[in-house]
Design a protein around this ligand. Structure first.
Ligand SMILES: *Cc1c(COP(=O)(O)O)cnc(C)c1O
Length: 443
């Protein structure tokens, strides 16, 4: 199938997203928000409907061989793991379809974050996703800090954040590598997001992984904004573990079932500590023998039987990735779309170069792009920073009113992400035109 596959998706209309100022309420809106919540695919919709019917017509027998579509629920995820493996560049034993991102992150940190008096720090990027790490205020620990606390450590000392240099918005690779080299012997775990949710920066994953491991640290990744967005080679890069959700670029639906990866080198040593029956050898799983014998690899970490309705939705969306040719094909198209959007935005009379943004004094509305300009350091998303502070909300409302759906990140950022599966060049053009019109109306 050739891209874009807009016809494979159900995209909301202008009216449905509240674009009250759009002259054509029944036309499809300009959906540039697949980074936040991917749209519904017709395939997902059909598969969920099928599973609902199987539930209604087969009841408990749907678990096994009587499933009329050959997707018995006991091994439903066996249809998903090969596609997951391809999507993240791993072998099938290294991936599991299970749980939700943050729960999987805790499971992984429980296995892989083993602080000692000498080596106890967690290194992450400043402004990591608030659910992973929020340093402000420190009294409210999220995932990373709560893991430190669970080991009796003070998060203020144990969680080490790297910030961009003053006046800059993204991290320099050398600064990350220097920090790892300098602090390495005290760091237990290096964990970054693959693609930073706020800035859209795609971190140099292989070089960070290598540098971390050279210092004896474990290296894990939160791939929420990377999976389905950029090509990944987790196995070849030697990544120790990774987690991801599937409702952003993977389009599996709100809160859908998530993914987990553990490098095969850990299969002998890192056994699941919080075992559950679903991680037990499937041959004897339903017999529940007294001794737990985990599935080798990532799937041994499964605890519960998976939600079939969300897994069906995920299967549908992964089949579309497969038919589109997976990440190499999508990446090529993505580079084209994002470059087009960037070029058009930079032609705006309101655009200011990122180097001037931090010191700009004017009170007239303007914007810059804080996402790295180098395509190798970003995925689909461009993060627009609006100036002066406070103007972003009006811009966002103006865009929505005219049917351009991006998403706001307070205080000053709007993220626009042309997704290669369903967005067209015309979406980039319309996004840029409408932004100009909205800024004209505010100027
Ligand atoms: C979206 C996102 C999450 C969300 O976690 P859930 O457990 O799925 O709610 C976590 N981390 C990052 C970096 C994200 O972008």
């Amino acid at each position: 199938m050739s891209l874009p596959l807009s016809n494979e998706f159900v995209l909301p209309t202008n009216k449905e997203v509240g674009a009250t100022n759009h002259p054509e309420p029944d036309n499809t809106c300009t959906y540039l928000c697949g980074n936040s919540l991917g749209p519904l695919s017709k395939r997902s919709s059909a598969l969920v409907q099928e599973e609902l019917r199987v539930w209604g017509t087969c009841g408990v027998t749907g678990h096994f061989g009587t499933h009329p579509h050959g997707r018995g629920w006991v091994d439903f995820c066996d249809h998903i793991t090969p596609l997951f493996a391809e999507l993240v560049g791993a072998n099938e034993k290294e991936v599991a379809c299970m749980g939700t991102l943050t729960a999987n992150l805790h499971l992984m940190m429980d296995s892989f974050y083993k602080p000692t008096p000498e080596r106890y720090k967690i290194l992450c990027e400043a402004r990591a996703f608030p659910s992973d790490q929020a340093s402000n205020p420190p009294s409210r620990p999220y995932a990373f800090a709560s893991q430190a606390l669970a080991h009796g450590l003070d998060p203020a000392k144990a969680v080490l954040e790297i910030s961009p240099r003053p006046g800059e918005y993204t991290l320099r690779e050398q600064d990350i590598l220097d920090t790892i080299a300098r602090e390495g012997t005290s760091i237990a775990l290096v964990i970054f997001s693959g693609v930073q949710y706020y800035t859209g920066q795609w971190f140099p994953m292989q070089s960070i992984t290598r540098a971390a491991q050279a210092q004896g640290c474990i290296c894990g990744w939160d791939l929420a904004h990377a999976v389905g967005n950029v090509p990944l080679s987790l196995h070849d890069w030697g990544v120790d573990f990774a987690v991801w959700c599937t409702y952003k670029y993977v389009n599996a639906g709100p809160g859908s079932i998530a993914g987990l990866y553990v490098h095969e080198k850990w299969k002998e040593t890192e056994l699941p500590k919080f075992a559950g029956w679903w991680g037990h050898d499937p041959v004897t799983r339903f017999a529940m023998p007294p001794k737990f014998s985990p599935i080798e690899g990532a799937q041994g970490f499964q605890q519960s039987n998976p939600g079939i309705l969300v897994a069906a939705s995920l299967l549908g969306s992964l089949q579309i990735f497969k038919e589109a040719g997976m990440m190499q094909v999508l990446r090529e198209r993505s580079l084209q779309l994002t470059a087009t959007l960037e070029t058009l935005l930079k032609q705006s009379k309101y655009f200011v170069p990122v180097e001037e943004a931090a010191t700009r004094q004017s009170t007239k509305p303007a914007f810059t792009i804080i996402t790295p300009a180098d395509p190798k350091s970003r995925g689909a998303q461009l993060s627009l920073l609006f100036l002066p502070s406070g103007v972003m909300q009006s811009v966002h409302d103006g865009l929505t009113g005219l049917g351009v759906i991006g998403d706001e990140r307070r205080p000053d950022v709007i993220r626009l992400a042309p997704a290669p599966l369903f967005n067209r060049i015309e979406d980039c053009e319309r996004g840029a035109i409408v932004l100009e019109r909205v800024l004209d109306s505010l100027a």
